[in-house]
Structures are given as C-alpha cells and as structure tokens.
Design a protein around this ligand. Structure first.
Ligand SMILES: *Cc1c(COP(=O)(O)O)cnc(C)c1O
Length: 411
C-alpha cells in the first residue's frame, strides 16, 4: 500500500484505482472556456470537451454563479419531496423539445436504462401487450450498465459479462430490410443514435430514419432516440432528431445537459406518463436541487447566448476549413458529421496523432481506431477553429504513416 498522505502521484501499477481506463499521462488543474492548463502551466486547446460534456466551455460563468448560489442554499433533499428546480428544469426542457415529461437521473446509461424500462412497462402494463424486445444497431453505444451494454452494438463492451439480459436484438444501421425482418409482436422499442458517435461518427440516413419512425407507428413500437452525445446543440440543432423531421416517443440526454455537472434525463411523450406511476422507477440522486440548478443555468445560457445557432455556424466553418486543409491528404478518407461533432476517417490508426496533438497543445479523441473525433465547445470561435485546423494539418503532414492502398478500404 502506498502512503495515503503522500502527494506524490502513484505509478499506474500501484494506483488505488481500478485500471478500467487507459489514461493519457496528463492531468489538468484549471479550465476556462476553450482551454485547459496542466500543473506546469502548459495550455491546451480543448477539442474534445470531456467527451461532448463541457458544451459551454470550461467553468462557464453563469452556470458557476448559479451553482455557487445553490451551494449556499440547499444541495439535496429527496424525491419524496417537491423539488422546484427539478420542476423548472423539466418545464424548460419540455417547452423547447417535442417531449412532455422528464425523468432526471445522473448519467447517460441511467437515462437509457429508464427509457428501456419505460418502453417495456408502457407496452406491457398500459397496452397489455407481450412486447419486451428492444432493437438496436451495430456500432451503436448506449452505456455500460448490463441493460445498456447489451443494447450497445459493439461486442468489446460485452466481453466477460455474460449472461446478458434477454430481449435485445441488434441489426445493421441504414438497412431497412434487416430491421423489418426482426420487428414482430414482441418488439417494444427501437433505440438509435442519429449519429453514431462512439461508433465512428456515422450518421443515420434521413430517409432511413423517417422509414423507421413510420414502421414504429405501424407496428405499435416505441421510438427511442439516444441524444446523449448528439443532443444539447452539439449537431447545430438542439436535438439531432430535428435534422430528421421526426418526433421520437422518448429521447435521452446527459453529456451536455448541465455543463459538466453529472445529470441525465429521459424525456417522453405525455401518453407515457401513466406507465411511470409512483414506485415504478427512481433514483436517490436524480434531479437534486443542485444538479437541476446546473441544468437550468445551462439552458438559460444556451438561450441567452444563442448557442445552438452559433454551434451550427461554427460547425459549417469547421467543416469547410477541414475540407480545404485536410481532405486532399492521402491519409484522409472522409470527413463527416454535423455541427460540432465531426469525424475524420483516416487510412490507419490515429493513436500517435492524438499523443502528438497533446504535445502541440491540442486535445481530441478517436471514434474507433481510425477516426479522429472533434468535439469543441459550442461557443468556440473562428480563431480557435483556425488554430486547431492548423495543428491538425501539421500533425497529418508530420505523423501520418506512409500510405499504401492496402489500408485505404475502411468499409
Ligand atoms: C456517453 C454515451 C452514453 C453513456 O453515457 P454515460 O453518462 O457514460 O453513462 C450513452 N449513449 C451515448 C450515445 C453516449 O455517447
């Protein structure tokens, strides 16, 4: 055992943490706006935002002010009592989306878990049908609880966790025939992301999504959209489903919902309310006065500063700059995405590029081994975008492996 009073950072192998994350050898001590600083005073331009979480930049002033005020007043009571902040946050969310009712929890996985439970309960208790199957898609990501990792369309998150909960089916995205073959009398819901974010920044096709929504109506199946990463303005609309002209029965939020304070939410249509009666679902920490103060302040700031509109404009600008400066390089296969969620698919793994980027003061992540994923905050400026694109283009010039034709086929 290491001396618990020592301030020396422990070597990885003697860390008191489970080694469940592959961590970079970097630690930050301060964040403001688009930048992070380490203890040596090195400054980093943040193009990952804690994985699409700090959408208003680090430590946004109005959210910090509201949280400080709430910290001095009241942190936690219980969902046994009225929580005015929770009511207000729900009012705000339902007034700007197609949803009518909100359940607050603490993470994305919990929001999806709530959605799965609500779908089953509605089908079984309200509709009186023996519907329990949840259909999801290859390469999707829905979380790490047993139900949500089962829903996730990637085998690597399931390894070693069997037996998994029953009642989940995964089919390829953008393939209507495959979906039609598995919809049946036991299908409770279809759950999908509008852009598969972790899976490689793969957008669902518009005609496909509209056909899925139609199929759901025909078959009495609920449509759940996982907006945990795509929501809250990330794609240049408040919700990515707005690009598709559909209204889901249920959608889920988390990452950008409270500027970095851990909050998840499941939002559903009014007719689903009767399926979640008292006692049917709950969370001790869900929607505390403190957490929902962060939601309220985030939503107010987004409205006051026209954040979604700005994200759409900066998304177009970023895409244009990337097309201009990177797309002709033989290392780059495709640049895709929407708003400020952009994937640059490359001919080879990009781990080296991420590390070299950190040395140059630019933070970004991957989405699958070969895709650079850019997730800047939604208040990012053109100057900051120019700076990031300059560094990215240097990185590709300097570090892209010599490209042959062998690696060029990603599909
Ligand atoms: C991050 C993410 C989740 C899981 O959220 P957690 O807060 O990590 O539980 C679920 N779905 C999508 C699309 C995500 O990006």
């Amino acid at each position: 055992m290491t001396n618990p009073m020592s301030n020396e950072p422990s070597a990885t192998n003697e860390s008191a943490l489970f080694p469940s994350y592959a961590r970079y050898p970097l630690a930050f001590v301060k964040g403001k706006g688009s930048y992070l600083w380490d203890a040596e005073g090195n400054k980093y331009l943040d193009f990952m935002c804690g994985l699409a979480v700090t959408n208003l930049g680090h430590a946004p002033e109005p959210v910090a002010a509201k949280l400080k005020e709430q910290l001095d007043q009241l942190w936690h009571t219980s969902n046994l009592f009225q929580i005015p902040n929770q009511e207000k946050a729900a009012q705000m969310l339902t007034s700007i989306t197609s949803g009518d009712a909100v359940f607050f929890c603490n993470s994305g996985a919990e929001a999806n878990e709530a959605a799965i439970k609500l779908a089953r309960k509605y089908q079984q208790k309200i509709k009186g049908e023996e519907r329990y199957e949840i259909i999801t898609f290859t390469q999707s990501f829905h979380g790490r609880t047993l139900a949500t990792l089962t829903a996730t369309g990637q085998d690597k998150v399931k390894e070693g966790f069997h037996p998994l909960p029953a009642g989940f089916i995964t089919v390829p995205l953008n393939d209507l025939d495959a979906l039609q073959k598995v919809i049946g009398p036991h299908t409770a819901a279809i759950m999908l992301e509008m852009i598969q974010a972790e899976g490689g920044v793969y957008p669902a096709e518009v005609a496909y999504v509209q056909a899925v929504a139609e199929l759901c109506k025909q078959h009495g199946v609920l449509l759940i959209i996982d907006e945990i990463q795509t929501g809250m303005g990330r794609t240049g609309k408040l919700l990515a489903s707005e690009h598709y002209g559909i209204e889901p029965d249920i959608f889920t939020l988390a990452k950008g919902l409270a500027s970095g304070f851990p909050v998840g939410a499941m939002v559903g249509k009014a007719y689903l309310k009767e399926a979640f009666t008292a006692g049917s679902h709950g969370s001790t920490f869900g929607g505390t006065p403190l957490a929902t103060a962060a939601v309220i302040a985030t939503l107010e700031t987004m409205q006051e500063q026209n954040v979604v509109q700005h994200a759409a404009e900066m998304g177009d600008y970023l895409m244009q700059q990337l097309e201009d400066k990177l797309s002709s390089h033989p290392f780059v296969i495709e640049i895709r995405g929407k708003g400020l969620m952009i994937g640059i698919e490359c001919t080879a793994p990009i781990n080296e590029l991420i590390l070299a980027g950190q040395k140059k003061g630019l933070l970004f992540v991957s989405a699958g081994p070969n895709v650079i994923r850019l997730l800047p905050n939604l208040l990012i400026t053109k100057e900051e975008i120019d700076h990031a694109v300059t560094i990215l283009s240097e990185l590709i010039q300097e570090h892209a492996p010599v490209v042959g034709t062998a690696g060029a086929n990603s599909n």
